[in-house]
Design a protein around this ligand. Structure first.
Ligand code: NAD
Ligand code: TYD
Length: 356
């Protein structure tokens, strides 16, 4: 029996990781710790919320005392850490919140893990298995020119407050491995898309706006390039890495799937025209070029050959197929999208849970 703490499990990627682990490992106890910020939504987990191997705890990773108490109450065999502030535009408006959650919150979890691991490792006849898995982003590597790809040895060069805070947390995770011998693993993934994606990010925001015939804001000339991965493929990669990676290692995760923002939006418009029975070209009329994001990274591209060669993971979906599936999910989950965009989900799901 394993007890795994997943942080940020009510968010976009975290909810997919929680679902995968709860369904795939009925003999594991999965504890989901989430503050339920604007991005955390328990409606993302409705299908598994009553499973006997699942528990939700509302709490803030920035609260070190609370985190220490949590580790005193539970015997965790592992932490999969996804809780974070995750939106670049918000990090430009409020960098400090990103430092608090992404840096201080991560160090609080590392401290509690270190103390807990030392105690159980040194004082018990059968030392406990323990691993700290930190989920990070390719944005720590900075930006690429027209060629080349990020590998696990690319030097860190973050440009946004978001990526700077994630880079800092990655450094702390490595420091706790190198200095204290904590069993840690890090993965750096490219942009995800799929169901339950919060509609402030490019793809779900565009789907919402196209559906409601609102302008689709494209930053600058739309020439920036991102490497898109279906979120369920990311969750599968996390499962493979959590169970098989050697301690202290890092893996890049990506889809070999680069798109300029404008080409992606045009493809999305085409799919939406078909799904909404609109004339081809109608949705594309909503494309609106707006002021560029400050410090906007030009290109991300991930080389995930280490993960493919060493652990046998490969992406399962072609982008066109994944995007069509995602559009279908958003169109048939109107209520989720409308609740999230109106903020109503907080009324239904947040009031039920009190911290501790
Ligand atoms: P998200 O914003 O959708 O979810 C973040 C979750 O963390 C939310 O449920 C939120 O309530 C919770 N949270 C925030 N602050 C917290 C705090 N102080 N204490 C406890 N919980 C808190 O983010 P996401 O897109 O699902 O990303 C999850 C992780 O994956 C992040 O660490 C992010 O850096 C990383 N990542 C994301 C992408 C992507 O494309 N979205 C790509 C690579 C890596
Ligand atoms: P986003 O989904 O915010 O992810 P990230 O910044 O982490 O890559 O943005 C993806 C790309 O789309 C990025 O180049 C910024 C651009 N973008 C727009 O052009 N318009 C928008 O409204 C948003 C949210 C993003």
């Amino acid at each position: 029996m394993k007890k795994i703490l997943i942080t940020g499990g009510a968010g976009f990627i975290g909810s997919h990781v929680v679902r995968l682990f709860v369904n795939k490992y009925p003999d594991y106890q999965i504890v989901n710790l989430d503050k339920l910020t604007y991005a955390g939504n328990l409606a993302n987990l409705k299908d598994i919320e009553n499973k006997p191997n699942y528990t939700f705890i509302k709490g803030d990773i920035v609260d070190g005392g609370f985190i220490n108490e949590l580790f005193a109450q539970h015997k965790f065999n592992g932490v999969i850490h996804l809780a974070a502030e995750s939106h670049v535009d918000r990090s430009i408006s409020n960098p400090l919140e990103f430092v608090m959650t992404n840096v201080i919150g991560t160090v609080n979890l590392l401290n509690a893990s270190k103390a807990y691991w030392f105690q159980h490792h040194n004082n018990e006849k059968t030392p406990i298995d323990f691993r700290f898995y930190h989920v990070s982003t390719d944005e720590v590597y900075g930006t690429l020119g027209e060629t080349g790809m990020f590998t696990e040895t690319t030097a860190y060069d973050p440009h946004s407050p978001y990526s700077a805070s994630k880079a800092s947390s990655d450094h702390f995770v490595r420091a706790y491995h190198d200095t204290f011998g904590l069993n840690t693993v890090i993965s750096n993934c490219s942009n995800n898309y799929g169901s339950y994606h919060f509609p402030e990010k490019l793809i779900p925001l565009s789907i919402y706006n196209i559906k409601n015939s609102k302008p689709i804001p494209v930053y600058g000339k739309g020439e920036n390039i991102r490497d898109w991965l279906f979120v369920e493929d990311h969750a599968r990669a996390i499962d493979v890495i959590f169970h098989n990676a050697k301690t202290g290692t890092t893996y890049n995760i990506g889809g070999h799937n680069e798109w300029t923002n404008i080409d992606l939006i045009r493809l999305l418009c085409k799919i939406m025209d078909k799904k909404l029975n609109r004339e081809e070209g109608e949705s594309a009329k909503l494309i609106t070029f707006v002021k560029d994001r400050a410090g906007h990274d030009l290109r991300y591209a991930i080389d995930s050959s280490k993960l493919q060669n060493e652990l046998g993971w490969t992406p399962s979906l072609q982008f066109e197929e994944g995007l069509e599936k995602t559009v279908e999910w958003f169109l048939s989950n109107d209520e989720w999208l409308d609740n999230v965009t109106s903020g109503d989900y907080k009324k239904y799901y947040q009031e039920q849970y009190v911290k501790r």
